[in-house]
Design a protein. Structure first.
Length: 143
């Protein structure tokens, strides 16, 4: 299985969608706990509409998002703390269910994990792939 990851930090919705299209992504898996954004075009409903116009599906997986304590650790570049907090999140029943659903969805069609951070090394996307799809080929898309 191949899984893509992408962050929207510093880009426009048009640039973001163009990069997904260039890579052949057919579905975006939004793994933000809070699928809202101050960046125009990246709140859930507006983003889903823009993706739909480009022929890309959108699915939200809120339970796979990072809890507030983990987001704070990410902002402070404390990856060890982020990893510990996120591991606890992934142990929750709803997160386990959504992780299995995500893996199935990624098997069906080219899927990209979406979060804010440009660099997946500082984001929970890399932790999610490692936990839920350890054998996947990971393609990090940069805009």
């Amino acid at each position: 299985m191949k899984i893509f990851t992408i962050g929207y930090e510093g880009v426009t919705q048009a640039e973001f969608i163009a990069r997904l299209s260039e890579a052949g992504v057919k579905r975006v898996a939004d793994v933000r706990a809070v699928p809202l954004s101050r960046r125009p075009g990246f709140s859930k409903n507006v983003l889903a509409a823009g993706l739909r116009e480009a022929g890309i599906d959108y699915i939200g997986y809120k339970a796979l998002g990072t809890p507030p304590e983990g987001r704070e650790a990410a902002r402070k570049h404390d990856h060890a703390r982020l990893a510990a907090v996120y591991a606890e999140q992934l142990d929750l029943p709803e997160a386990m269910l959504q992780a299995a659903q995500l893996a199935d969805a990624a098997e069906e069609m080219p899927t990209a994990l979406l979060c804010f951070e440009r660099d997946p090394a500082g984001c929970h996307r890399s932790l999610l792939v490692e936990a839920a799809m350890p054998d996947a080929e990971v393609v990090n898309l940069f805009v």
